[in-house]
Structure formats: C-alpha cells, structure tokens
Design a protein around this ligand. Structure first.
Ligand SMILES: [Zn+2]
Length: 285
C-alpha cells in the first residue's frame, strides 16, 4: 500500500497535490455550510444543500467553484444572486490544502489542514457576527491538543508527551494572555476591548502552535488589524463621505478573530524568521 503510494508520488509528483486541491474544494464547500448555518443555530448536516428560496440544490449544481462559474453566480431555481464568497471560500481552501501538501511534510501538512479548516470557519463567523461560538471554539482547542499528540513533528518535540505538554503550555499561555489583556483593557477603556471568544481562540492557537505561536499571533494581529483598518478607510472613503456616517461602518467595532488567525497562519509559514529578523534588528539598534 505504502509502496504504491510512493510509486505514484515519484511518477506523478503533482498527482496528490491535485487530489488535495479537489479535497480542499469539497471541504471548503462544507465550511461554507458551517459559516452560514452555525450562527443561525441550524444543523450543518440536515437538511441537505438548499437555496435561499427553499428549493433543494441538485448534486451536480453543488460541485465546488465550477457550479458557481457555470451558473454565473445566479441560482438555477429562482435566479437569486449567489454570493461570490461561496466559490471564494472553496477556492481558498483548495489552494491552501494543495500548497500545504506540496510544500510541507505530510506529518505537518495534515494538522495544518485541520487548523486551516477551523480558522476559515471561525474567521468568517467572527467577521459576520462579531461573535465566536463555543461550539466551534471548543472543538478547535481539542483539535489542537489532539493534533499535538498525533503529530509531534508539528511542535518539533521528540515524544508524544513532550508535544502534548508543549500544546497544553501553549493553550495556557494563549488564553491567559488574552484573558489578562481583556481584563486590563476593559479597566482602561471602560468598554469590552476583546470578546470572551477571543480568549478561547488564542488558547486554541497556542494548542496548535505552542506558546511562541500564541504570543506571536497576539502581537502580530494588531499590525494586521491596523493595516486592514487603514485599507478599509482608504477604499471606503467615498462611501463614508456619502453616508455622512463616520463611525460604525468600519471604524469602532471590528472583530479580532480574523487578525489573530491570519497572524497564526503567518507564524506557521515564516514566524521563526520574522522573530529572528526582529531581534537582529533590535540587537543592531
Ligand atoms: Zn432558489
């Protein structure tokens, strides 16, 4: 079995990358369901895919990305616009899964795919609702601990226990950092500076990436958040001037979850290099 696997891999190096691209698109299709149904309190299993008009969607119109292109973004049953987000999430998951498989050892790629699947659901739900549901956050933390035990290579530890211990430390450091930041920031600003969900989320990031990953994500997320706010200010200037509504639209309340998760992804790919470059810079000043 394993030798067959290796033979295919040597003969067609892109074969499994393609397999993971297609699998990623299918997983992305399920993530879409989670993103839209979980905040509404609906089951992600039943009923099957259905249009906003209530009609069920046939299997052949459920093919990720391609169905949307074929239908040109309009539902076959009632002509309703289908959000660009559906194929975008499917394509994003497909590309990330394929890239992880192609560039990383499978012992690292597989837990990273688990992380990415949770990250996409959490980031979009937080963006939509400003709320991180426990029913996704809690499995995210458990998945982090499980992946640490099943794939010690992820943390670079030699033993399963070493890896699980590093994961638990990451969970503790991540959630405690967010907890105390939330506590003191609320005292200083006299309003909630960070959601309760963010405390669990940073704990989960720590469970996957260790305490260094949690701290990196915590600090780096503010840079990403600031950059995103700046971009939104620039690109929504006209709209804001027209509505005469300064705050609210993109100013005061922004979710933190997406930035924490993007920062965690950055740490996974090149966090060590950024930290080294930072200390090299500090050392030279
Ligand atoms: Zn319809």
């Amino acid at each position: 079995m394993l030798s067959l696997f290796q033979e295919i891999n040597t003969a067609f190096p892109w074969f499994f990358t393609g397999v993971f691209f297609v699998s990623g698109a299918i997983v992305g299709s399920f993530l879409n369901v989670c993103i839209f149904r979980i905040p509404a309190g609906e089951s992600v299993v039943v009923p099957g895919s259905h249009c906003a008009c209530g009609k069920p969607i046939p299997l052949w119109l459920n093919v990720p990305v391609l169905a949307w292109l074929f239908l040109r973004g309009k539902a076959a049953c009632c002509g309703r616009k289908i959000s660009l987000r559906y194929p975008a999430v499917e394509l994003l998951t497909a590309v990330v899964f394929a890239a992880l498989w192609h560039y990383f050892a499978w012992q690292i790629a597989v837990p990273a795919m688990v992380f990415v699947a949770f990250a996409i659901v959490l980031a979009f739900i937080d963006w939509d609702t400003m709320y991180l549901p426990d029913c996704v956050n809690a499995p995210f933390v458990l998945a982090g601990l499980f992946c640490a035990a099943a794939f010690p290579q992820l943390s670079g530890e030699e033993t399963v226990f070493g890896s699980l211990f590093a994961s638990l430390i990451g969970l503790g450091v991540g959630s405690m950092t967010a907890y105390w930041f939330r506590y003191f920031a609320s005292l200083v600003f006299r309003r909630e500076a960070m959601g309760e969900g963010d405390v669990i989320l940073l704990g989960g990031i720590g469970a996957f990436l260790g305490w260094q990953g949690a701290l990196f994500s915590f600090f780096f997320s503010s840079f990403i958040g600031l950059f995103a706010v700046l971009m939104m200010r620039i690109f929504s200037k006209k709209k804001r001037a027209a509505t005469e509504d300064g705050e609210g639209e993109c100013g005061s309340a922004l979710p933190l979850g997406p930035w924490l998760l993007i920062a965690a992804a950055v740490y996974f790919v090149c966090g060590q290099k950024i930290i080294e470059a930072f200390f090299c810079f500090v050392g030279n000043v």
